[in-house]
Design a protein. Sequence first.
Length: 150
Amino acid sequence: MGALVILIGLAIIVAAWTVNLRTRRKADGARAWPQAKGRITASDLIHKVETDADNRAQDIFYIRPTYVYEVDGRALTGDRISFGVSSRFESREAAEALAERYPVGRDVAVLYNPRKPQESALESARPNFVTPVVLTLVGGLFVFIGLDLL
């Protein structure tokens, strides 16, 4: 039983850092992508009620700007703000603050992948280390519990 708990803890740690580093590389690559002129066509504020670990309802807000841009004469649509930076908020005010940066009709510079032009983003912000650090602590807790069970 202890070995299984240790393996689960290690899997959590490896998965957290693998996803973070992959997203970080994608964000770094986006910094070198060419830009196309684009325009915001929609800026949706999405409200969802999710339940937390204690089964309590929690209001969550997402911002999803939709934009159009053109690459080599081909019209494309995107809705990604950036790689690795969440557009998920626990307060309406925080979501609205981001939405104000992308009002409908605003001209924007769209970063696009020259190999896959349909892959795009409005910003090249890098993900932070908070999530993988927290998951490393959780995974470490599993490892210590597993060691105690051996």
